[in-house]
Design a protein around this ligand. Structure first.
Ligand SMILES: [Zn+2]
Ligand SMILES: [Zn+2]
Length: 348
């Protein structure tokens, strides 16, 4: 038996989101039914609801920063019990057989790709629907545990913004003795600053203006520079081991690459819609790398949540009602949020 669930959906591309109901599949042998309590609003929800990234599936219930409590488990479930605090991020399944899936890198599944939490088609042939809803049914292998120390509302954004910054910071060895620059202090950037600082790195924020400087320093940065000031690029030449770029608008990549030391890496987790232009001499001169990274696998997402609980790192949020979603979208587009909107799904 499917379950009818209240949700907020975009009925068509660029249309405002509105209250509706959706059907969740019956709880299968290895499934967990989650009562969703909070869902973060990620900029990629807006890109997809407005077809900024290409043709999408409508009606669309966005949301891939999901935090809630287990309400029911299938007969074969071993990892979770009713009452457990859990999260769901950007994917709800994958092939489970390719090398990447076996290595816990399900986000890079080569067996048809991961099945995204929304705007995708599940293994049952039905469209997937995300976290702007009151319940979701997910296979236990794609559910993670939210440690007791982390409140569910500030934990929700970790499921995308947290892992998207944690994974590359770990991969490129952010830690004591390393200088990390975080470009952009938004939803991703503010978590990048918190996590890089908690990993022991010396953190610099590179933001367009000094408008959020006080926040940046409070979040854990030691330095804060305005990229609108050309002097920033002269002063910081050859400084950083890692530049984590969270800005999805195109940048002057050559200018940013010049800020890396020898063997430094610029990792882009903000993805522009257009091709970018760089001079290869910007990387060759100091054996620099220009790279990118997508979310993280299920084991690393769990590791990130445990790390954030241990270091008391939640997202900085503005909690909203469901009827404020459309207004929140406008504010996200205008970079007017400090630093993540989270929907109280009880208000749907
Ligand atoms: Zn996201
Ligand atoms: Zn796979």
């Amino acid at each position: 038996m499917t379950t009818t669930v209240a949700a907020y959906a975009a009925p068509a591309a660029k249309a405002p989101l509105e209250r509706t109901t959706i059907e969740r599949r019956a709880v299968g042998e290895f499934d967990v039914l989650i009562d969703i309590e909070f869902a973060g609003i990620c900029h990629s929800d807006i890109h997809q609801a407005r077809e900024g990234w290409g043709t999408a599936i409508f009606p669309m219930v966005p949301g891939h920063e999901i935090a809630g409590v287990v309400a029911e488990v299938g007969t074969g479930v071993t990892k979770y019990a009713v009452g457990d605090r859990v999260g769901v991020g950007c994917m709800v399944d994958s092939c489970r057989e390719c090398d990447n899936c076996r290595a816990g890198l399900q986000q890079y599944c080569t067996g048809g790709g991961p099945i995204w939490t929304y705007n995708a088609v599940g293994k049952d042939g039905q469209p997937t629907h995300g976290g702007y809803s009151q319940k979701i049914v997910v296979d236990e292998n794609y559910v993670v545990r939210i440690p007791d120390g982390l409140p569910l509302d500030v934990a929700a954004p970790l499921l995308c913004a947290g892992i998207t910054t944690y994974s590359p910071l770990k991969h490129w060895n952010a830690g004591p003795g390393k200088k990390v620059a975080v470009v952009g202090l938004g939803g991703l950037g503010h978590m990048g600053v918190k996590i890089a600082a908690a990993l022991g790195a010396e953190v610099t924020v590179l933001s367009q203006s000094l408008r959020k400087k006080d926040d940046g320093l409070k979040l854990g940065a030691t330095h804060y520079h305005a990229t609108s000031d050309p002097k920033t690029f002269e002063d910081l030449k050859g400084t950083f081991d890692i530049i984590l770029n969270t800005v999805s608008a195109p940048l002057d990549f050559d200018a940013y690459l010049s800020l890396l030391r020898t063997d430094g890496a610029m990792v882009n987790v903000g993805i522009p819609e257009e091709p970018v232009h760089i001079l290869l001499s910007s990387v060759s001169g100091h054996r620099r790398s220009l790279s990118s990274s997508g979310i993280g696998g299920i084991p690393e997402t769990q590791e990130m949540l445990d790390f954030c609980a241990e270091h008391n790192l939640g997202a900085e949020i503005e909690l909203i009602r469901a009827d404020q979603i459309n207004e929140a979208y406008e504010r996200v587009v205008n970079s007017d949020v400090r630093y993540r909107f989270v929907i109280d799904t009880a208000t749907i």
